[in-house]
Design a protein around this ligand. Structure first.
Ligand code: CMP
Length: 161
């Protein structure tokens, strides 16, 4: 997808004087551009912002490691990352993409490494907040299911190749 507009929001987060990990309302414009949050009202986005935190990762760091227990869900706000499934083909993620939902949904270990390609900024939502969000926001849950269906189809196609 096309890059989100980081602009002043990213600068504010990086240079923020108080809690640099809080998702303040300067982020609402950026959150509106995330496909997963499409169709959510400003009030709902504010609720998500309250539940979430910002996290930064340096180039090459593992944001998620295959085999570990899942504690958070991530939305990539800035930068790119690589999903590296054990034995599978690596896939590139960009701004607006999300990851880390699988281990939270089924309680099984992380299915892949997700590695920062360059500096990465994520929105991070903890396990219990993620569960609450799915129960409260059917539009978000539907979008997440759409992404999972697309991934399943892609996996079936690459198995057939
Ligand atoms: P989880 O298993 O919690 O942690 C690794 C994450 O990588 C996984 O959730 C998905 O969000 C993501 N992931 C795993 N396999 C793929 C894939 N084939 N395509 C895109 N993302 C994937």
């Amino acid at each position: 997808m096309s890059p989100l507009t980081p602009g002043s929001a990213t600068r504010a987060a990086i240079g923020g004087p108080h809690d640099p990990n809080r998702v303040g309302h300067e982020w609402l414009g950026t959150l509106q551009e995330v496909p997963l949050f499409a169709g959510l009202s400003k009030r709902h986005l504010q609720r998500i912002a309250k539940l979430a935190r910002l996290r930064r990762f340096v180039s090459g760091s593992a944001i998620v490691r295959a085999g570990e227990a899942g504690t958070s869900f991530f939305v990539l706000l800035d930068g790119t990352a690589r999903v590296v499934p054990a034995g599978g083909r690596a896939r590139r993620l960009g701004p607006g993409d999300s990851f880390g939902e699988m281990a939270l949904l089924d309680g099984a270990p992380r299915s892949a490494d997700v590695v920062a390609d360059g500096e990465v900024l994520t929105l991070t939502i903890g396990r219990s907040s993620f569960g609450k969000l799915l129960r409260r926001e059917p539009a978000l849950t539907q979008e997440l299911l759409r992404t999972l269906a697309g991934r399943l189809r892609a996996a079936e196609r690459s198995r057939a190749d």
